[in-house]
Ligand binder design. Structure first.
Ligand code: FPP
Length: 255
């Protein structure tokens, strides 16, 4: 059960998405354009993530979910994979104490079986330290894939002999602790989902930015939030059904 479903919303207008999910794409290109190794782009990506967490909390977003390492990223060159593992451990050690002071609760979402003991330990420590925080939930998807999540949820239900329904699957998934994302942003100019939140993004509003992730600053976030605020979310209904009731006309004013 989501800790956020039972909490009152932050002081934010209804047009602020409660849950923002981001495919942080473009680190490699950012680095290549500067003749730097790809991992330098990922390091700069951590800086961008820190600013984004802060900005989301300030704007009243309650959940931020980021794609940091996909099930498919193991196929990258070994030095990039080990660079990302090291970066995660270092970033958690450096950033989590401040996140804790800022009221951020951290969750790692993904298959931990393939992760090293060192990585698992630092994730568990970060989660334990921030477990009591309620201002913003930060889900770091690491060794995560949407197909993995659907399959592991179905396997867990089958192992328990439980029926597979939309509700039971949803509750067995790794993202069951938060509501579905309202807004899904992808940076870096590509327009695809890439196995991110396949189930949960069914009704998310999509926003694609040409900015590379290390260049995705507060102004770029605000552009995405403004685009979201202009969308009409119908969830399968008609426009008339989801329009808020208009105030009654009082007729012409006569002297
Ligand atoms: C995709 O860009 C990005 C990743 C696979 C890694 C994302 C990681 C970070 C933003 C750093 C934060 C991570 C941690 C460990 C907390 P890409 O490398 O595919 O970029 P490209 O499309 O330009 O090659």
């Amino acid at each position: 059960m989501s800790i956020l479903r039972s909490s009152p919303p932050a002081a934010a207008g209804p047009a602020v998405p409660g849950h923002v999910a981001i495919v942080m794409d473009g680190n490699g290109r950012w680095a290549s354009r500067r003749f730097l190794p790809r991992v330098a782009g990922h390091r700069q990506g951590v800086e961008s993530l820190r600013h984004c967490v802060h900005a989301c909390a300030e704007r009243g977003v309650r959940v931020l979910t980021v794609f940091a390492f996909s099930s498919e990223n193991w196929q990258r060159p070994a030095d990039e994979v080990s660079g990302l593992m090291d970066l995660l451990v270092r970033a958690l050690a450096r950033e989590v104490p401040q996140m804790h002071r800022d009221g951020v609760r951290l969750h790692c979402v993904g298959d931990r079986k393939a992760l090293s003991e060192k990585v698992c330990k630092s994730l568990a420590q970060a989660e334990a330290m921030t477990a009591g925080n309620t201002r913003l939930v930060l889900n770091i998807c690491f060794n995560y894939g949407g197909r993995w999540d659907i399959a592991q949820a179905a396997a867990a239900l089958a192992a328990r002999g439980e029926p597979i329904t939309e509700t039971s699957l949803h509750e067995a998934m790794a993202m069951a602790h938060v509501p579905d994302p309202d807004l899904l942003i992808r940076t870096g100019g590509e327009q695809r989902i890439s196995n991110f939140l396949l189930w949960q993004a069914a009704y998310s509003e999509l926003f694609f930015s040409d900015r590379l992730w290390p260049d995705f600053d507060e102004a770029a976030l605000d552009e995405a939030l403004a685009a979201y605020a202009r969308r009409e979310r119908r969830f399968g209904k008609t426009s008339a059904q989801v329009q808020p009731p208009q105030p009654q006309s009082r007729g012409p004013v006569v002297a």
